[in-house]
Each structure stands twice: as structure tokens, then as C-alpha cells.
Unconditional design. Structure first.
Length: 587
């Protein structure tokens, strides 16, 4: 099934002069160039329509990346939105370093004004990943299949959702795709004992390091590559790889360990005392482990240490179902049926979920056979998601093209089995032949029906904002949220402290230091937290304010009851007329 493309394809034409080689290359790859060029053009135009400053940093993580990038330009690596700024270790530093470099290149430190440039850079990284993905997949499953898969990746709505924000998911995917391709070339050169295997080896190492310094999940690439070298008994390269990863990726982890050894994390920002106790006792002080230690980590009342294997198994099973549904949402149309008064996506029924795994597992087996490193990486990536307490479709974005590849490859394997002659009646052979012919076209049609409407809707929303000059969001709640932040900027002293749902976003728009409130239904405990802030920072800030927004459910669930109970201790300063978001000052 795989179409093997030699790295010496161009030279096989037998033309020595440069013009002849160019003509040979064009004749051999004309179809590839035109199709991939067309995909890049369509994706580029769609992404270009979304490059505007009104598709704003609504995401908590995106605001953090921008603030850290600005901080790096100022000579330090601190989350300056906090009242007590500390280095931020949950995200590795590479994306923030890239944003700092872009600001230095353009000579502009205004992170709001630079937002379209940041997004343009992220879009370019995604566009770069498409031909790399195509070339690699073409060599494994053939030209026509690679064209289909590349088009489906390029038009996927989760790409347009997260590429229109300043997040590490898309850069990580671009670097990881390049790392997989470099490793593929290294494997091929090494097997053939020709080419330049060491060049591709060092390219692979470099790109994996970039991945690990972009997102913590890059450790799945690190471990996958080391295991693949061990399986191939390349002991010298394995030892060299361990040393290189330890020097580079380990340097960042060492910095965090030594910093945390002398500086205790702000327990309020962790929002979980149990984790802090574990970090205090642990000989290895890596803050990121908090994500794997607790269940429901952001809920003050419900968080608990994952000390029981039953909790781990329960969480893993819930995540298998959730990510199966997220994957099916990118592959099949959303057909909603009414069951017991609630609408359910038809693709979320067990029949479709089982069918997804029936296709995925043979495809994953094929990936292991063709390229063990990629199979190991995808397995390790998904294993991490099984124990990671947060669930989001965003987390499968970097791995989704591989998930799509495996599902599609499993479909092709099933198609080939149907086409094989078998001892069945003639009527059965005819049915099998017709079914085999219909499988791929039906899959492509259903996938396009699934992705195109959502992708076009996202692009249209972004373009409407651009031409209408409307503000951060089409949703009234979000628009009012940002308008209230702008009110804070215009009507509060610069040395103010805001207690809010998303402190980095509050700082990004208002320029005011901000801290989060714990998610607890205990109004007295929450008000005690507010009073502690006043005691701790009362001399440092001229006023402490509470931003009771209506955009996020946590504010309504936790903050609003506390405000209503202790109104006599607060002064109402502002009420947003559309959504009734309020700003209070602590007396």
C-alpha cells in the first residue's frame, strides 16, 4: 500500500544539467506541487481573514504567553500580572521567547498592537507544517491518500479555532511534524546505509528539543525517540541523545527545581493546598506535577489527591470516552437526536465510538510497523492525556493529524481486506467490491460535511469583526467582559489590585495587577481570602477591587454569593449595562 519515494528521485531522471533536473522534478511532482499549493492557498486565505486584533486574547493561556514575552524583553521571566511576580513554570519558555523576538524585530513592545503579527507567525508555522505532513504521509500511504489527509487537516475547525489565538498548540504541532519527518528520513537513511543519517539525526534531536521547550507534552517525543533508538539497538546514539536532552530540556527543569527549592509557590495561584504539601515534601520540585497529582485541580472544594488507582482508572475511562467523542466530532457530521428531552450527537453513540477504535487500532499497528517512533509518540501522547485532569479538544490538536492518519489507514486496511478474493458466493463478492469502492469517498464526504461548516463559520465571525470594528467578541457576555476591563483601565489608579476570574487577561487589558479567587462555595472562606489580600497588599496598592463578571460561570457560582452576603463591606463602583457585570471596591 505504501508508496516508497526514494530520496534520489530527482537524480533518477538521468539529467545532469540544472535545467534538465528542474524539468524532471516538475514533471515528476507536478501534481503534488499543484495540489499542496492549492491547499496552502485556501488555508492561507482563510487564516488571513482572521488576522485582526478583534479576535482577541480571550484565552487565559494566551495572555500569559504575551505577558511573559513582554517580560523577557524587559530582562526577566516573571508573570508580572501577579501582585507578587514569580517565574512561570507551567509553560516552557520557547513561545514566549519567540514573541519577545518578534517584538524586538518590529521594535514594538505593545502586546495588543502586535497581536495580528503574533497570530500571523503562528499561522505561518501551521502552513509550513502542511507540506511537511504531506511529504511524510505520501511516503507511507501513497499520493492520493496523502492529498486527502492533508486537505482534511488544513480545513479542520480546531485548527482555525486555536490558530486564531496566541497559543503553543500550533507551533508545537509544526515543530513536532518537522521532528517526525526528520526522524523518518534518519530511519530511512540509516536502513539504506546511504544519504546523511547523522544530519537527519541532529535535525531530529534539535526539533524534539524545540518541541519539549514549547510544551511539556514534548517529553512524549523525547521518550518515544529514546525508546525507538533502544529498540533498534543504537546504543551510542541513545547515550548521546540522553546527554543532549539532559543538557537542553533538563536545563529548564533544573532551573525550576532550584528556584522552587528556595522560593515557595504562592498557594493562592495553585488553588490547592494538597498539591502544595506534596511539592513541599517532594525532593524534585517541579510545579507541573500538580496537574497529575489532583482530581478537579481548579475546584477548591472538590480537589483531591489521585492516590487511589481506582481514581486513576475512573479518570482514564472518562477521558477515553471524551477524546473519542472529540475525535469523532472532527470526522463525522454533528447529527443531533432528541433523547429524553436532551439533544445528543448521533456520532457519540457507542456504535460509532466502537467503530472509531476498530479503525484506529489497525491504523496504529500499521504506523508502528512503518515508523515505530511515530507510533510510540502517539501512544505516549494519548497516555498522558489519560491521566491529565483537564479535558479539552484543544489538547488533541497537536496529535489529531496522527489520529486522523491512523483512522484513515485503518479504513484503507479494511478496504483492502474487502477487495481480497475470498471463498464467498458471487453476490457476496459483488457487495464487498461495491462497499470497498464506497468506503473512502463516503469517509471524505462525511468528513468534509463535518469540518467545512464550522470552519467557514469561524472565518466569517472573524472577518465580520474585522470589517465591523466591533470589539473583542460577537458574544454579548464576552464583549461586556472586555469593556469592563477597559473601564477598569480608565477609572482605577494604576497601582490597583483586581480580584478576578482570569488575572492575566485582566492585566492584559486593564494594565492592573490581578489575582484569582479560589473556587469555593464557602462564602466565608472566600471572603477571608479577600481580607487576607487586603492585609498582605494593602500598603502596596492604593485600592483592592473585585471584578464580578458574568462571562464565566465560576464568577456567578462562587463570587456572586460572597459579594451579596458581604455587600456592607464593599462599595459598588460600576455596573455594565448589558450583562450586569459589576466592579466593587473593598472598603
Amino acid at each position: 500500500m505504501a508508496s516508497s519515494v526514494s530520496v534520489q528521485d530527482v537524480g533518477s531522471c538521468g539529467l545532469e544539467n540544472e535545467t534538465g533536473a528542474s524539468a524532471c522534478f516538475w514533471s515528476k511532482y507536478k501534481k503534488d506541487i499543484l495540489v499542496v499549493g492549492g491547499i496552502l492557498l485556501v488555508a492561507g486565505v482563510l487564516l488571513g481573514l482572521m488576522l485582526n486584533r478583534f479576535l482577541t486574547v480571550v484565552n487565559h493561556d494566551a495572555a500569559i504567553f504575551c505577558i511573559l514575552g513582554q517580560s523577557i524583553l524587559n530582562g526577566h521571566y516573571l508573570l508580572v500580572s501577579e501582585p507578587n511576580p514569580q517565574p512561570y513554570f507551567t509553560f516552557p519558555p520557547l513561545l514566549s521567547l519567540q514573541l519577545a523576538g518578534i517584538m524586538a524585530l518590529f521594535g514594538n513592545r505593545d502586546i495588543q498592537a502586535m497581536q495580528p503579527v503574533f497570530k500571523g507567525y503562528i499561522s505561518l508555522l501551521f502552513l509550513f507544517s502542511l507540506p511537511v505532513f504531506y511529504i511524510w504521509v505520501r511516503q507511507m500511504v501513497g499520493r492520493s491518500h496523502a492529498m486527502i489527509l492533508t486537505a482534511l487537516v488544513a480545513l479542520n475547525p480546531i485548527i482555525f479555532k486555536y490558530t486564531s489565538d496566541i497559543l503553543s498548540d500550533t507551533p508545537y504541532w509544526a515543530f513536532s511534524m518537522a521532528a517526525l519527518y526528520a526522524a523518518w528520513r534518519f530511519q530511512k537513511c540509516d536502513k539504506a546505509k546511504d544519504g546523511k543519517p547523522l544530519v537527519w539525526y541532529f535535525a531530529t534531536i534539535t526539533l524534539i528539543i524545540l518541541c519539549a521547550l514549547t510544551r511539556q507534552i514534548g517529553m512524549a517525543l523525547v521518550l518515544g525517540f529514546l525508546i525507538s533508538l533502544g529498540l533498534r539497538k543504537q546504543w551510542k546514539l541513545l547515550a548521546l541523545s540522553v546527554a543532549l536532552f539532559a543538557i537542553t530540556v533538563g536545563a529548564w527543569q533544573s532551573y525550576e527545581h532550584f528556584y522552587r527549592s528556595g522560593h515557595r509557590s504562592d498557594i493562592d495561584s495553585l488553588n490547592q493546598q494538597g498539591v502544595q504539601q506534596v511539592l513541599d515534601k517532594s525532593p524534585i520540585k517541579l510545579e507541573y506535577v500538580k496537574h497529575f497529582l489532583v482530581d478537579r485541580p481548579v475546584n477548591y472544594d472538590e480537589n483531591r489527591l489521585q492516590t487511589s488507582p481506582f481514581i486513576l482508572l475512573e479518570n482514564a475511562w472518562n477521558r477515553v470516552q471524551a477524546y473519542t467523542k472529540h475525535s469523532l466530532d472532527q470526522l463525522l457530521p454533528k447529527l443531533r437526536v432528541n433523547i429524553n428531552g436532551s439533544k445528543t450527537n448521533l456520532a457519540h453513540f457507542w456504535l460509532f465510538m466502537i467503530g472509531f477504535w476498530v479503525l484506529l487500532l489497525p491504523g496504529l499497528r500499521n504506523l508502528y510497523r512503518a515508523f515505530p517512533f511515530a507510533g510510540l509518540y502517539l501512544t505516549l501522547y494519548m497516555a498522558v492525556l489519560m491521566v491529565y485532569p483537564y479535558i479539552s479538544v484543544r489538547f488533541i490538536l497537536p496529535a489529531f493529524p496522527l489520529i486522523l492518519l491512523c483512522a484513515y489507514w485503518g479504513l484503507i486496511t479494511f478496504k483492502e481486506k474487502l477487495e481480497q478474493p475470498a471463498s464467498r458466493p458471487l453476490a457476496g463478492k459483488l457487495v464487498a467490491k461495491k462497499l470497498a469502492l464506497a468506503l473512502v469517498p463516503v469517509f471524505v464526504m462525511l468528513s468534509l460535511i463535518a469540518v467545512l461548516p464550522d470552519t467557514i463559520r469561524r472565518v466569517q465571525d472573524g472577518y465580520k469583526l474585522k470589517i465591523a470594528d466591533q470589539g473583542p467578541s460577537l458574544r454579548k457576555g464576552n464583549k461586556a467582559y472586555y469593556e469592563t476591563l477597559l473601564w477598569l483601565k480608565a477609572n482605577t489608579p494604576e497601582d490597583s489590585l483586581i480580584i478576578s476570574r482570569k488575572p492575566p487577561v485582566t492585566y492584559y487589558y486593564s494594565g492592573r495587577k490581578s489575582t484569582a479567587f479560589p473556587f469555593t462555595a464557602d462564602t466565608e472562606k472566600l471572603f477571608q481570602y479577600v481580607q487576607e489580600k487586603q492585609t498582605r497588599y494593602g500598603q502596596q496598592f492604593s485600592g483592592i477591587y473585585i471584578f464580578e463578571d458574568t462571562a464565566f460561570g465560576e464568577s456567578k457560582r462562587f463570587l456572586q454569593p460572597m459579594v451579596e452576603k458581604h455587600r456592607d463591606r464593599l462599595t459598588l463602583l460600576y455596573t455594565e449595562p448589558t450583562t450586569q457585570s459589576r466592579v466593587w471596591r473593598l472598603k
